[in-house]
Design a protein around this ligand. Structure first.
Ligand SMILES: CC(C)(COP(=O)(O)OP(=O)(O)OC[C@H]1O[C@@H](n2cnc3c(N)ncnc32)[C@H](O)[C@@H]1OP(=O)(O)O)[C@@H](O)C(=O)NCCC(=O)NCCS
Length: 161
């Protein structure tokens, strides 16, 4: 029997403890978001929050901020637990986040050295549009990427995930 893909579903405040655990697995100390920011991401209006659970715990998470006035969605964070990487979860989560934000332009920033993430974004159709010097803790530059979603019209009313 073919193995079923784990579904991408909405996350909520109930996921806070799982999200904290996943963050610690995905990011170095200098990049882990403080509790207050994780809380914000799980409750703020205008924010898309999606997760993948393996039945026991959260194994992937994405957040995105919808800037409706500018018609832009910003991916805030994306992470997949190390043992679940290279199985297509990152690609599926990113695609689901783009759809849920419902904006014609999606942007994100990434550390210049983060080759895994850069490959994921470039394969998913993102193009580099600029750099922000010393954006990250520790002084590393950010690359800013952008993707146009031509099928989405301006002023889309797609509901937020
Ligand atoms: C970046 C990140 C989210 C990618 O997640 P992922 O689930 O591994 O991504 P995918 O599986 O969709 O794609 C990764 C690779 O697996 C490959 N892959 C996808 N499905 C596959 C499968 N069934 N079998 C084998 N390989 C597969 C993809 O082709 C891709 O290959 P590449 O790296 O050679 O291009 C993950 O590495 C991560 O969480 N990193 C730490 C947090 C982070 O840096 N986040 C980004 C901040 S900007």
């Amino acid at each position: 029997m073919p193995k079923q893909e784990l579904p991408v579903v909405k996350a909520s405040l109930r996921d806070l403890a799982h999200l904290r655990r996943l963050e610690r697995q995905c990011f170095s100390r200098e990049d882990i978001w403080p509790l207050i920011e994780l809380l914000g991401v799980l409750v703020s209006p205008g924010t898309v929050r999606l997760k993948v659970d393996d039945g026991e715990e959260m194994v992937a998470f994405l957040s995105g901020e919808v800037q409706r006035a500018k018609q832009v969605g910003w991916i805030g964070t994306i992470g997949v637990a190390p043992r679940w990487r290279h199985k297509g979860l990152g690609r599926r989560l990113l695609a689901a986040g783009e759809q849920a934000m419902g904006m014609p332009t999606i942007r994100l920033s990434v550390r210049k050295s983060n080759q895994d993430a850069i490959r994921l974004y470039e394969k998913a159709g993102y193009n580099p549009i600029g750099e922000i010097k010393r954006y990250y803790n520790g002084g590393e530059d950010a690359l800013v990427y952008e993707k146009k979603l031509p099928n989405l019209r301006e002023n889309s009313t797609t509901p937020i995930g």
